[in-house]
Design a protein around this ligand. Structure first.
Ligand code: UDP
Length: 140
């Protein structure tokens, strides 16, 4: 299995509740290595660009406001099958449907305030990583 990289965000509801370390522990236990990480306050423009795929959805405005409401932690995670592995440990988008032990089951507040983001495919991961990190910030 190839070593892969994925893009992760610890979202405002989680940074606000001081859950960065607890969430990172779930990722590391799942075999994902944090090869880049920084705490930032997203600009409205960054959030709109990042979620552009959802721009026509009814929740878009609320989602953007949420993402800029508090600092977030953006990360690059590396490991075998990292994209799928990360999504597995994040759990379903709606915490009501998330499996036991997943980040969203453990910590998410609602379908919107659901603690974490993870890329949905290796190609998306490349684009998302490039939006927030330059190559020399990633130390594998
Ligand atoms: N979202 C929301 N309401 C919805 C669906 C999604 O607020 O009905 C938010 C939620 O924060 C989710 C993000 O939009 O994580 C992106 O949605 P997507 O379907 O891509 O889910 P994900 O890949 O994050 O599980």
């Amino acid at each position: 299995m190839a070593i892969e990289r994925t893009f992760s965000i610890i979202k405002p509801d989680a940074t606000k509740r001081n859950l960065t370390g607890a969430i990172n522990a779930v990722f590391e236990k799942a075999g994902l290595r944090i090869v880049a990480q920084k705490r930032i306050r997203m600009t409205k423009e960054q959030a709109e660009t990042f979620y552009a795929v959802h721009k026509d959805r009814p929740f878009f405005g609320e989602l953007v406001e949420f993402m800029i409401s508090e600092p977030v932690v953006v990360q690059v995670l590396e490991g075998e099958n990292a994209v799928a592995r990360h999504r597995e440990v994040m759990g379903a988008t709606n915490p009501a449907n998330a499996a036991e032990g997943t980040v969203r089951k453990l910590y998410a507040l609602s379908i919107g305030e659901n603690s974490v983001h993870g890329s949905d495919a290796p190609e998306t991961a490349k684009q998302e990583i490039a939006q927030f990190f330059s190559g020399n910030e990633i130390v594998g």
